[in-house]
Design a protein around this ligand. Structure first.
Ligand code: GDP
Length: 296
C-alpha cells in the first residue's frame, strides 16, 4: 500500500518532502487528491469530509525525527487513519452461550442476503462443524423460498419447512423452537428486503427482531451501492440493532469505498466479504486489504 500510494501521489509528495514539517500549504494538493480518490471509490460524501478533516487535524504541524520525509509521514497517517476507520475491531461471529445462535440477516432486496446465508451456512458447517438450520421469513416471494431451499440442498444444510398460512414472525418463532428441540447450533434467518416500498414490511422486520432477540443481526450491503448507502444505513439502524455487516460483490470492479462508508455510518464491524456468486466465495473482512483497494 505504501508503495502504491507513493506512486500515485509521487509528484505531489516531492513538493512536500524535505520540509521537515507538515503545513496546511504543503498538504493542500495532496488532500484534494485523497478526497478525489475516496469519492471515486464511492465513499459517501459526508464520510469523505470527516475523513479529510481527521487526517488534517492529525497531521498539521507534525515534526519528524524519523528517517521519513514529511510526505512519507503524511501517507503513513492517511493509511493508518483509513485502516483504523475500517476497523480493527473484533469481526468474528458471536456464538450464543446457550445454543442455538440465531443470526438474522437483513438488507434490501438484491443485496445478496440469501446467497450470503448459503455461504455462511456452509462455512459454519464445514469449518466450525456446526449443525445449521436455514430459515426464510420472506414468504411474499415464492422465488425467495425456493432459492434458499435450493441453496440449502446444495450445501447440505437443513431447510426449515413452514406451513403455508404461517406469517413471517410465526415462522421465525417456530423455527427456533424446532432448532432447540433438534439441537441445532445455528439458525440463519432470511428476511424480506422490500422495505423501501412498504411500511408494513419495515414494522414486520422490527417485530421479528424484537421477538426473537437474535445473537447477531447482520446487514447485507452491496459494495456497488455508492451514495445510497447513507439512507440504507439510517433506515436499518432505526429498525434493528445491527451488530455486523456483510459486504457483498467485492469481486465487481468497485474499489469498495462502501466499506468505509458503512463502517463510519453504522459504527459496526464488517464481518464478512462476499466475492463471487459461488458458495465458497466468502472471506473474513480484512481492513488492510480493503484500504489498499480504496486508495490504490
Ligand atoms: P437478496 O435479494 O438480498 O437475497 O439477494 P440474492 O442473494 O438473491 O443476490 C442477488 C444477486 O446477487 C444474485 O444474482 C446473486 O448471485 C448475486 N450475488 C450475491 N452475492 C454476490 C457476490 O458476492 N458476488 C457476486 N458477483 N454476486 C453476488
Amino acid at each position: 500500500m505504501f508503495n502504491l500510494l507513493k506512486k500515485r501521489f509521487s509528484e505531489i509528495l516531492e513538493k512536500i518532502s524535505n520540509k521537515g514539517i507538515i503545513t496546511e500549504k504543503n498538504i493542500k494538493v495532496t488532500l484534494r487528491e485523497i478526497r478525489k480518490s475516496l469519492l471515486e471509490a464511492d465513499v459517501a460524501l459526508s464520510v469523505v469530509k470527516k475523513f479529510i478533516h481527521n487526517v488534517k487535524k492529525k497531521s498539521l504541524g507534525k515534526k519528524f525525527n524519523t528517517s521519513l520525509t514529511p510526505g512519507q509521514e503524511f501517507i503513513k497517517i492517511i493509511k493508518h487513519e483509513l485502516i483504523q476507520k475500517l476497523g480493527n475491531d473484533d469481526n468474528t461471529l458471536k456464538f450464543s452461550k446457550k445454543p442455538p445462535s440465531i443470526y438474522l440477516i437483513v438488507g434490501l432486496q438484491g443485496m445478496g442476503k440469501t446467497t450470503s446465508i448459503g455461504k455462511i451456512g456452509q462455512l459454519l458447517h464445514k469449518q466450525y462443524k456446526k449443525k445449521v438450520l436455514n430459515v426464510t421469513t420472506d414468504t411474499y416471494r415464492f422465488a425467495a423460498v425456493k432459492q434458499l431451499e435450493l441453496l440449502s440442498l446444495q450445501t447440505q444444510i437443513d431447510f426449515f419447512l413452514f406451513k403455508e398460512n404461517n406469517d413471517p414472525k410465526e415462522i421465525a418463532i417456530n423455527s427456533i423452537k424446532y432448532a432447540i428441540k433438534k439441537s441445532y447450533d445455528v439458525v440463519l434467518i432470511d428476511t424480506s428486503g422490500r422495505l423501501h416500498t412498504d411500511q408494513k414490511m419495515m414494522l414486520e422486520l422490527q417485530d421479528i427482531y424484537k421477538t426473537i432477540n437474535p445473537t447477531e443481526t447482520l446487514l447485507v450491503v452491496d459494495s456497488m451501492l455508492g451514495q445510497d448507502v447513507t439512507n440504507i444505513a439510517e433506515r436499518f439502524s432505526t429498525l434493528v440493532n445491527i451488530t455486523g455487516i456483510i459486504l457483498t460483490k467485492m469481486d465487481s470492479d468497485t474499489k469498495g469505498g462502501v466499506a468505509l462508508s458503512i463502517k463510519e455510518l453504522t459504527q459496526k464491524p464488517i464481518k464478512f466479504v462476499g466475492n463471487g456468486e459461488k458458495l465458497d466465495a466468502i472471506e473474513i473482512f480484512n481492513s488492510q486489504k480493503i484500504a489498499n483497494r480504496i486508495l490504490g
